[in-house]
Design a protein around this ligand. Structure first.
Ligand SMILES: [Zn+2]
Length: 461
């Protein structure tokens, strides 16, 4: 009988669960320690904090029984790798998580200090609590529980990224070389959210991302609006016209070729999304909106997950009562399977180039890109995740796509063919990337229990 299956397996899973439950206070203490490190990867001033947090995690991994090292390959932050490979012949599972966080923004927007964790109302509050430190701690607690009770029925590799929020440049550089520390039969990531506290979600796909910057420049300097207004092409006005030209009034993207490689979602997928995904009303409520807007013929949830989008993330132009001599827009383009960042970039460049009037110049610069990801639902790990989730939540996970991107996941599939099981424990109102970020203690506990069971199930595959 394979390890993890049958009576022997359930007895071992039960022992690991008992261990994890007894250690709950320690897990919470670890999460608080992690939040105390302001690991903002977008801000070079936090390099030392990122290094310190990486060292803390590497020490923790060694303490619980993994071989772990801190790799300082990153431009900003190191990543931490760990391994436990003492189950010859059993599958190798790669656990990926990230310890860096988004900037906290103004302190005044937070009820309590973003980097001084507090527990209130059943939640741990602090920057990174939900994305991704709390989810990471759930994974680590499960791994610790197995290592303390005879070892998991699978081999484990762990990668803890310190640059996920800036696109994982160092790790992605290493992927094409297929380094040993990333070789695995399956990857597991807990960095996504559930539908609500009682309804887990196995994420079936992620959108890719292409970030570009559009700079429009014209006159040599800012111009007096009275002296020149009406007589020259104004960069700010041209920028607005260019940005406006990207969509038709009905919400469909107007760039020629943009949809060429987009396949319509399968009718089964649409039916599943309609049944299990949020209604428009429920989807829009956290945004404080009654009406959505976007590609016609699709629900809000479809538009945000299985359809591509061109999103304006920044507009800049300023001069004191004068004509600004330059203007800038940042665009975030979300891609679905079939679309390639380079092809979309070319289509966008061609679209814009035709619309720039004389007297100004427009330059489009790619800032970042990553491909989309889709999970094969026939993969046996999907059924294993279902069996792991059901005893904890009383139901199997919903199978739903996410509109977000995790660059490492798409790259791992593209370069090594490694599938990733995306099973996360965040909640829609965890305020990730926003003030008052939090992570529910129930998510921490149930997430840990689910991960304990998941490793038991994966050993039985
Ligand atoms: Zn994350």
């Amino acid at each position: 009988m394979p390890l993890g299956g049958g009576r022997t397996g359930s007895a071992r899973t039960a022992a690991a669960l008992r261990h994890a439950r007894a250690r709950r206070p320690r897990s919470l203490a670890l999460l608080r320690d992690l939040i105390r490190h302001p690991t903002v990867s977008a801000d070079p001033a936090h390099r030392a904090d990122l290094r310190a947090c990486a060292e803390l995690l590497a020490a923790h991994l060694r303490r619980i029984g993994l071989d772990a090292v801190t790799v300082r390959a990153g431009r900003v932050a190191p990543y931490v790798t760990g391994a436990w490979l003492r189950r010859p012949g059993a599958p190798v599972v790669l656990v990926y998580g990230h310890y860096d966080v988004q900037p906290a923004g103004p302190r005044s927007a937070w009820a309590t200090h973003p980097f001084r964790p507090t527990v209130r109302g059943g939640y741990v509050h602090g920057r990174g609590a939900g994305d991704d430190k709390g989810q990471l701690v759930a994974q680590l607690a499960a791994i610790e529980a197995w290592l303390a009770t005879g070892g998991p029925p699978v081999n484990l590799r762990i990668v803890l990224d310190g640059e996920e929020e800036i696109g994982s440049p160092a790790l992605r550089d290493h992927l094409p070389g297929r380094p040993a520390f990333l070789r695995a039969d399956l990857a597991v990531v807990s960095d996504t959210r559930m539908r609500d506290a009682h309804t887990p979600v196995l994420v079936t796909g992620l959108r890719g991302s292409l970030a570009v910057r559009l700079d429009v420049t014209g006159p040599a300097t800012d111009l007096h609006a009275g002296a020149y207004g009406g007589a020259v092409a104004e960069p700010a006005q041209v920028l607005c016209a260019l940005v406006a030209s990207l969509h038709r009034p009905d919400g469909r993207v107007a760039v020629a070729g943009f949809y060429d490689d987009v396949r319509p979602p399968h009718p089964d997928t649409r039916a599943r999304l309609a049944r299990d995904g949020p209604t428009d009303q429920r989807f829009l409520a956290p945004a404080g909106l009654r009406y959505g807007h976007g590609e016609p013929g699709h629900s809000a949830f479809e538009r945000a997950t299985v359809r591509p989008a061109v999103v304006v993330t920044a507009l800049q132009a300023a001069a004191r009562a004068a004509v600004p001599h330059r203007a800038r827009a940042d665009l975030g383009i979300r891609l679905v399977p079939g679309q390639r960042p380079a092809t979309v970039f070319r289509a966008l460049s061609a679209h814009l180039a035709q619309r720039v009037p004389r007297g100004v110049r427009a330059r489009l610069t790619p800032l970042f890109s990553c491909g989309p990801y889709r999970m094969d639902l026939r993969d046996p790990s999907v059924a294993a995740a279902s069996r792991a989730t059901t005893p904890v939540f009383g139901r199997p996970p919903l199978l739903l796509p996410s509109g977000g991107s995790i660059p490492f996941v798409g790259d791992l599939a593209a370069t090594a063919g490694t599938r990733t099981l995306l099973l996360g424990f965040g909640l829609p109102d965890d305020n990730i990337h926003a003030p008052d970020e939090r992570f529910a203690l129930s998510s921490l506990h149930r997430g840990t229990d689910t991960c304990v069971r998941l490793y038991g199930e994966l050993g039985a595959l």
